[in-house]
Design a protein around this ligand. Sequence first.
Ligand code: BG6
Length: 282
Amino acid sequence: MENALIEYKKLSNGFEYIEIENSSAVAKIALQGAHIFHYEQNSKEPLLWLSDTSDFEMAKSIRGGVPICWPWFGLNKDKSLPQHGFARTALWKLTNTNEADANTTEITFKLQYTKESLKLWPYKFELELHVRISDRLVMELKTTNIDDKPFEITQALHTYFRVSDILHVAIEGLDKKPYLDALTYKREIQNADITFNQEVDRVYQEVSDEVILKDTNRTLHVENEGSSSIVVWNPWIDKCKRMSAMNDDAYKNMVCIESANAFEDARVIKPNKSHTLKATLY
Ligand code: BG6
């Protein structure tokens, strides 16, 4: 059995990441944000989109891959707080690595409350990301309440998928699902598969089955557990120009399908209890 490689790397600016290679896939995960920014199965194209102009800088979220939005998704009621929470720019600890077999590597990252986090969000928590790298990318984000009062979270594994051409992709599995249109703040019902010819920013609810991304040359699957909401986002032309760390035409080759607990799917976690959001991508 060939051993998997797990290598620790550091850029000249101090940005740290882990590179994993086993018989079935290659992945790269930054310690900042426990941010998976590359995943590629053997002899296949990368599954995740990563901006050509992405920042690998401390305190800035990488544009692409799988940012972790936590403990809130989107904007906080307090607009001075960072969009999508603080976990994606916090420095996590690598707590476990396991070469389960030649095809499967498991890695766990942990983030715990600090004096600084308590100023942004006044609860004691433990957050773990368990990643399994094989012919599937499996992510389990476990939130544990170690405070003496309940708290509510919204969150997302904000996956950026790489696509050949946004004009030629379709997302299946959300037909007839209710959604909140984040562009109009209206509630709508999806009618047919999702295709793209303009900006799309929607939070789908009541999602129980897998979602399928049909591209011209491949079909990708997103299976979620502990979640009944999915965000679908493509910034299209104008917003793409305004986005940080994104080329003007980057919208053509990416689409976000985010495994979430958002809006009506927010979760209350009682003291000493946990909630796990799981996404399997292949
Ligand atoms: C998506 C939101 O989840 O994230 C979009 O639905 C937002 O509205 C996008 O623009 C990117 O957010 P950010 O904070 O990474 O620029």
